[in-house]
Design a protein around this ligand. Structure first.
Ligand SMILES: Cc1cc2nc3c(=O)[nH]c(=O)nc-3n(C[C@H](O)[C@H](O)[C@H](O)COP(=O)(O)OP(=O)(O)OC[C@H]3O[C@@H](n4cnc5c(N)ncnc54)[C@H](O)[C@@H]3O)c2cc1C
Length: 448
């Protein structure tokens, strides 16, 4: 029998660990999945030690807008980040879908926030990725998470939870390694024991951000007004669509044009050609063309995904995967980051239950995979169905879609709806997911 500081008896485990001794979680990657897991683990069990190893030397101010749906904002609230991020978020009042040329309104939800609040109890926010990442990092540091920048992991010993850094000499050992190194993961093939290249989706994204105070010319007042009053808009066109929304409390506009991939195979991202982009979308909504005339720089991103992986963890529970490294998807439902936050919340909650007993880890692996893999796959596949419904070329399918959508304007939606953002069947599946409730319920059914 040993004693804690308070002289309470503590059971000593055969391996020398005790109930209050935490485990050491090593996270590879300080993206949203890695940060979510770090936060969630520390909040669930402050005795656990969490180290994040991140390749970059400085967390760069990169990225663009992110739509955070209630399944994500619910987690920000649980992590105490809602009030910190609220002044940095844009809170769209409505969500509209248009024909690409702006000649027809296809769908309109005028009470977006009211509906989100009534149905899910949490808001729909549009934020800049940089703001979200910065605040998650701050919170992690305040909880005692160790963030090591300039540390690229080149090798993982999955059974012993040991990682090797880029000098091929430094090794760091823990109890659990979480891989959260994104789409281009170099560790994923090591774990699978075979090559695991990301797959082309056939689409690419032009990502644009525009500061309201930098707009110039005769269109500027109209565009500024549009940005200052946040709303979400989609324009659906032949083999392409566009999404536009404000971020940074209505100071910045985020526009993404999604269309067939014409980048060379070897190029995954490059600075886009403005003239080419304007030419491609010249017949689209005149409002979009006013925005496009303001653009001074654009990024062109190849959109990739991955076939279903057989596992997201090893059986002994010493290795896990989360986020884009295991379920990258098309961004057409804005669920990549939201589901990465969900992964982190579920894993952190389950790891929090581990009380100095490494023999509990296999159970965590089984539960995490049971709770997360099927949902991850379902969301991935749904993003492709949304592409089909968003990209019909003018013709019978497009006419059928538009007729259905227009027929429901001003009415309460029932059954399947081509825009899954408001579809009464898909929206609750996406936005109604409560990662903590799901994890706790699974644990209570089968505690370890
Ligand atoms: C056009 C577009 C729009 C999008 N819009 C939305 C949206 O509105 N809503 C939404 O929810 N999602 C959206 N997404 C998806 C979202 O951005 C991603 O799903 C999410 O950021 C994935 O986070 P992650 O942490 O898994 O990976 P990443 O953000 O890629 O982070 C991985 C981290 O790991 C580090 N790393 C890599 N290798 C190593 C290594 N060997 N050692 C150490 N560190 C390493 C990297 O430097 C990086 O910091 C969008 C994506 C695109 C392309």
């Amino acid at each position: 029998m040993s004693f804690t500081k308070k002289n309470e008896p503590t059971e000593v485990r055969p391996n020398g660990q005790n109930e209050t001794e935490g485990i050491h979680l090593i996270i590879i990657g300080a993206g949203l999945a890695g940060l979510a897991a770090a936060l969630s683990t520390k909040l669930a069990n402050p005795n656990h030690k969490v180290t994040i190893l991140e390749t970059v030397r400085e967390l760069q101010e990169v990225g663009a807008g992110l739509q955070l749906t209630p399944n994500g904002t619910r987690l920000l609230s649980a992590w105490g980040l809602s009030s910190i991020l609220a002044p940095l978020a844009a809170v769209p009042s409505s969500l509209s879908v248009h024909r690409y040329d702006g000649t027809k309104l296809l769908a309109h939800e005028p009470l977006l926030q009211e509906k989100m609040s009534a149905l899910y109890g949490h808001p729909f926010w549009d934020v800049h990725r940089v703001d979200l990442q910065r605040e998650m990092v701050r919170k992690c540091l305040s909880l005692g998470v160790k963030l090591e920048l300039g540390c690229r992991v080149v090798d993982v010993d999955f059974a012993s939870a040991t990682v090797t850094l880029q000098d091929f000499k430094t090794k760091i050992s823990g109890d659990v390694v979480l891989l959260a190194d994104g789409l281009w993961s170099t560790i994923r093939p090591q774990f699978l024991g075979r090559p695991s290249p990301a797959i082309l989706t056939g689409d690419l994204a032009y990502r644009i951000t525009l500061r309201a105070d930098e707009l110039t010319g005769p269109d500027a007042p109209e565009l500024k007004e549009w940005i200052k009053n946040p709303t979400v808009h989609f324009w659906l066109g032949p083999k392409a669509h566009c999404v536009g929304y404000s971020v940074c409390a209505g100071d910045v506009y985020n526009l993404v044009f999604l269309c067939p991939d014409d980048l060379p195979l070897s190029v995954t991202k490059e600075a886009g050609n403005l003239a080419e982009m304007r030419q491609k979308f010249k017949n689209w909504d005149p409002l979009l063309n006013k925005f496009l005339r303001q653009v001074k720089g654009v990024h062109k991103w190849k959109l990739m995904w991955l076939d279903a992986l057989p596992q997201w963890a090893n059986e002994s529970g010493t290795f896990f995967m989360a986020g884009d490294c295991c379920h990258p998807m098309l961004p057409y439902l804005a669920q990549g980051a939201n589901s990465s936050l969900e992964d982190g919340a579920v894993l952190g909650h389950l790891l929090g239950k581990v009380r100095g007993r490494r023999e509990q880890l296999p159970k965590v692996a089984e539960m995490y995979q049971r709770l997360r893999m099927e949902r991850g796959r379902a969301i991935q596949l749904e993003t492709f169905r949304q592409r089909d419904d968003s990209h019909w070329e003018d013709g019978p399918e497009q006419e059928k879609r538009d007729e259905l959508m227009v027929s429901m304007l001003g009415k309460e939606l029932k059954g399947k709806f081509p825009s899954r953002w408001t579809c009464p069947e898909i929206q609750p599946f996406l936005y109604g997911y409560d990662a903590y409730a799901v994890a706790e319920e699974a644990y209570l059914e089968d505690p370890f």
